[in-house]
Design a protein around this ligand. Sequence first.
Ligand SMILES: *Cc1c(COP(=O)(O)O)cnc(C)c1O
Length: 383
Amino acid sequence: MNNKPDVPAAPLPFIDLAAQRKRLGKSVDEAILRVLDHGQYIMGPEVAALENELAKFCGAKHVLSCGNGTMAIELILRAKGVGPGDAVLCPSFTFAATAEVVALVGGTPVFVDVLADTFNLDPNHLDAGIAAARQANLKPVGIIAVDLFGQPADYEAIEAFCRAKNLWLLDDAAQSFGAHYRGRAVGTIGLATATSFFPAKPLGCYGDGGAIFTDDPGLADILRSLRIHGQGSDKYDAERIGQNGRLDSIQAAVLLEKLKIFSDEISRRDAVAKRYNDGLKSVAEVPDLAPNCTSVWAQYTIKVPAAKRSTLANALRSQGIPTAIYYPKPLHRQIAYRGFPAAGNGLPVTDAIAQQVISLPMHPYLDAPTQDRIIDAVVAALR
Ligand SMILES: *Cc1c(COP(=O)(O)O)cnc(C)c1O
């Protein structure tokens, strides 16, 4: 022991993008400079190059980059013609964007409960979602499954349900690009997949960005047209009402560099998650991966008794350790969404876990001593 006064440890970042930038070195700066030099800021060569690399990465046949993850979902809904009278089943325990775009295109989100262990759609609650849609005089047309915190939803069960009910399936993979479901890569599941390159997502750019993945060539053609103002073979002859949905060349250039280290970053995230699980499983409910599934750990989220959650968050904050609650209020409880149908007699699991979840710092560059500091603080606060 020395007799210096206790210096509080430096506050930790929740996600350390600076550490990633340091690792990337000059490569990102140079990639951005190349765009500045060639000057094709919109639909430059980096955009097609990125789409090719993303397709190779996950094995999807068609990849279209777009302005952000929300827009990726919106474009797919527009391509499917979702509108008034249509119901789309989705979880309530998710970020607003999932349901927002359903309403934005004129459809109705119908909220379905999730599983307490994976936080993802409960396949056994989908029937109640259909019933709630019909009761509201709506036609169920599709399901948006969310791969919350980086782990894919239970797709075999959801796909079987979609086949039986003639629904399309959209994967909101804003948090899960890079993960696998029983050997299948995210990006190849369902009719189409939407992801986000928001800076804090596992694969993030330095601004807004998103992408759509599909194996359906007809859908890809429509999406390509919708993304650029509904244009047909002639740029100034619109075939449909579209939008400005493009990804900037500079963001594509950044993503091309980040994609080179993405697989390694996923392994590092996995190691961090395993270390958290080992250190915390005696004091909290640690995240569960379904058999044969991987996660990219967009968040590392534990469950603690509701009564202890704010004590834990305050204890950690006082030691410079940030936490986050994803999500404190489920969508079906929010002003903008509470008028839409919820399946069954409400969403008890969603309501319960919203009180229990708390996410800890998670990124590929969380070193062991720093992680031990976090683990020790959580254990001390919960013991
Ligand atoms: C981040 C996120 C989105 C939206 O992505 P943006 O790029 O921010 O538009 C959609 N769904 C989920 C589950 C997300 O986490």
